[in-house]
Design a protein around this ligand. Sequence first.
Ligand SMILES: CSCC[C@H](NC=O)C(=O)O
Ligand SMILES: [Zn+2]
Ligand SMILES: [Zn+2]
Length: 424
Amino acid sequence: APSQDEQSKIISRFQEYLQINTAQPSPDYQKSTHFILSQANSLSLESQVVEFVKGKPVVLLKWPGSDPSLPSILLNSHTDVVPSEYSKWVHPPLGAHIDEQGNIFARGSQDMKCVGMQYLEAIRRLKSSGFQPKRSLYLSFVPDEEIGGHDGAEKLAYSDVLKNMNVDIVLDEGLPSPNENYRLFYAERTPWWLVIKATGAPGHGAKLYDNSAMENLFKSIESIRRFRASQFDLVKAGLKAEGEVISVNVAFLKAGTPSPTGFVMNLQPSEAEAGFDIRIPPTANTESLEKRIAEEWAPASRNMTFEFKQKVTTHDDLGRPLLTASDNSNPWWTLLEEAIKKANGKIGKPEIFPASTDARYFRQLGLPAIGFSPMVNTPILLHDHNEFLNQAEYLRGINVYESIIKAYTSFIPPGRDGVSRDEL
Ligand SMILES: CSCC[C@H](NC=O)C(=O)O
Ligand SMILES: [Zn+2]
Ligand SMILES: [Zn+2]
């Protein structure tokens, strides 16, 4: 175990990263890039900053392996965080204050500045122990995950930079576990952000008539809510996990005729719209959902139209569902489980991540990608007020990554035993 002095330095470095304001919509990527590069420097890692889009730096760090013919390992983390309602936090979201229990309060303490720093701290420890990786290890610190990753991980995934990295496996973020079992994610739900619009005849607020915009919209909302309940019931009954059903939540409602005191009360408006955040597991039947949207949720026969603000595919570039094998057919899965157990961790059942992460871009390329954030006995506070991570839990996570990096960078596929095929 690290000395008291080393532990407090580790925590200070985490606090320093947390205190950089990388909140959307205007993250300070200059500061975060500078910070990550200074860490890389202190670890003698190779570094490269790629701006696929100006002002959106992807920071790549490399610990070269002793056998460059072996494909590499990529550990990804995003540098941006979601915004905070400052007044609703007990300790300010940029303060990284540590309370008497050792809980570190900050936006990004769980999602996912912890993980980015833990990768670096694990490397620091492995280096000082004299460990030498066989495979090259890359860290990517990417921008804009919280707004879709289009200028960050998506560009990286489809770049020559990534091709030249010759990556075999990607690790990206997961979720904390309220119990003692670490959570591993082999897939995630993809977002469809749907806006439906209704039109209808305007009229007097006292008149009962069919086909008003509001009535047309509410028929849809009733149908959508019945569907939502049918999915939620499966979760409540314990038949399906959160990531295994289609979720639908209302994101906004927009209708009414504004007046200086609020809204006109006795006029039925001629237009009304609503937006929905829909999340779809990779194995769901999207054709039947499309049909449901066109025929029940926004039928033209009821004067309705719809559009998608975001419609992410559930399949990779070769038409296969975006899933990473979560059994021993995937050596990376097995290695990960073994490495976590070796660090004295317990593991729950493989799960589908209920929201979206950058891992989907790597899975789209056909690469295996596993979602994992080493936090147990921790409430799930991503995007919530008072996000925190206990410092002991943070330190334990570094041990876990130490074990994972050792196992991953040392892995030689069967039949390769240090001798390449051509040589045999
Ligand atoms: C359209 S991509 C949105 C990505 C975002 N990721 C984390 O919360 C999410 O809402 O899941
Ligand atoms: Zn995240
Ligand atoms: Zn997030």
